[in-house]
Design a binder for this molecule. Structure first.
Ligand SMILES: *Cc1c(COP(=O)(O)O)cnc(C)c1O
Length: 397
């Protein structure tokens, strides 16, 4: 077995440097606890950016994956496979939508939603093809493809990758009036995160989502909700839009959908929208593969059976209340919903992250000043209490 130092050296030597990982190697993981090759234990308070809502290696999801490995892993969509129908049914019922289109990564699901909206604009709304406009938000994060970074407002994500895709407009996040004013007869959709994760757990003003819903309906444009990070109970409701009883036209989902075992993403919408696709008009070799779907089916079952939204809500309230007791004038604001919590500092959070990791709590700063805490929803109260004691120690320095 290689040491942490050897692993980091090799990764840095041969891997592209498009990430700056914290100097911790996760070699073994179970639930909330991960260990490095030397046996040091940490609490995972990032959960692979919310992909680990079920905790690392949830036994039932691992069992479903193992069983599937013994029958069939991949067929491509050239043929039918066992789990796709059941997976789509399960996700359609959960979202209350007619149909589901599976992909693999969050970015692909966003791309799929953008293509769907443009197609709907041309075929249903009657916008001339090539003129479709989609409105997005400042400080958005929707993934890393060329079309998606074309409407990013983060120079780091965007610079050097031109030429960019056209047909996108940006308005301030949480500003309903700006959205209203940006709409033209060619607008086909509005794309937004119900809480901006990567931007630093930015909460929109209360009522904004309902207003967005109303504006989209009034103007005959689709509301595309990117629930890749906020979905599947993370914020204390099944989807973050549901806190305001808002139903988007298209749900965009990923991360936790594969149960932390397989990449699995999807969009869900009604037949008047998703029914527009015809054979050959969109697809993915791995999308909807039986191994990923086996994990997805089990994940969706556990999520509902064990009432994850309630767990995230209750544990989140406890976690947030305890964090707020920490007395450090450097802390500017603590905000969030459910188990998606941001601690914003007046200055850089870098040294605090370092201190947390030193105390055995894995977390990461997002946009310099904010630490995101997003433990698995399966985290126990004992683990939370122990992690909190360590975070307090780290923040007291
Ligand atoms: C992570 C994320 C994505 C992209 O998902 P990938 O699987 O990394 O492509 C898209 N939207 C949001 C809101 C995300 O948090």
């Amino acid at each position: 077995m290689y040491s942490s130092a050897q692993i980091i050296e090799k990764t840095t030597r041969y891997g592209a440097h498009n990430y700056a990982p914290k100097p911790v190697v996760i070699a073994n993981a179970e639930g909330t606890v991960v260990t490095d090759p030397e046996g040091l234990r940490y609490y995972d308070m990032l959960s692979a950016y919310s992909a680990h809502n079920f905790g690392h290696r949830h036994p039932e999801i691992v069992a479903a994956a193992k069983a599937q490995l013994d029958s069939c892993t991949l067929t491509s969509r050239a043929f039918h496979s066992e789990n796709l129908g059941e997976f789509c049914e399960s996700l359609a019922k959960l979202t209350g939508k007619d149909m589901v289109l599976p992909m693999n990564t969050g970015a692909e699901a966003v791309e799929t939603a953008l293509k769907t909206a443009r197609l709907w604009g041309a075929r249903v709304k009657g916008v001339e093809n090539g003129k479709q406009e989609i409105i997005t938000c400042e400080n958005n994060f929707h993934g890393r493809t060329i079309s998606i970074i074309s409407f990013s407002t983060d120079p780091l994500a965007k610079d050097g990758y031109g030429p960019y895709c056209s047909g996108f407009k940006t308005v301030p996040y949480g500003d309903a009036q700006a959205l209203r004013e940006a709409i033209t007869p060619n607008t086909v959709a509005f794309l937004a995160e119900p809480i901006q994760g990567e931007a630093g757990i930015i909460m929109p003003p209360e009522g904004w989502l309902s207003e967005v819903r109303e504006i989209c309906t009034q103007n005959n444009i689709l509301f595309l909700a990117d629930e890749v990070q906020t979905g599947f109970a993370r914020t204390g409701d099944m989807f973050a839009c549901w806190h305001e009883n808002v139903v988007p036209d298209i749900y965009i989902m990923g991360k936790a959908l594969g149960g932390g075992v397989m990449p699995l993403s999807a969009i869900a919408a009604n037949e008047d929208i998703l029914g527009l696709f015809t054979p050959g008009s969109h697809g993915s070799t791995f999308g909807g593969n039986p191994l990923a779907c086996a994990c997805g089916i089990k994940a969706l079952e556990i999520l509902q059976r064990d009432d994850y939204p309630r767990l995230a809500r209750e544990k989140g309230e406890y976690f947030m209340a305890e964090l707020k007791k920490i007395d450090n004038p450097e802390i500017k604001e603590i905000r969030g919903r459910g188990l998606l919590i941001g601690v914003e500092f007046h200055g850089s959070a870098y040294e605090y992250v370092k201190a947390c990791i030193h105390e055995g709590v894995l977390c990461k700063e997002t946009h310099d000043n904010t630490i995101r805490f997003a433990p698995p929803i399966t985290v126990s109260y004992e683990e939370l209490a122990d992690a909190l004691a360590r975070i307090k120690k780290a923040f007291d320095r």
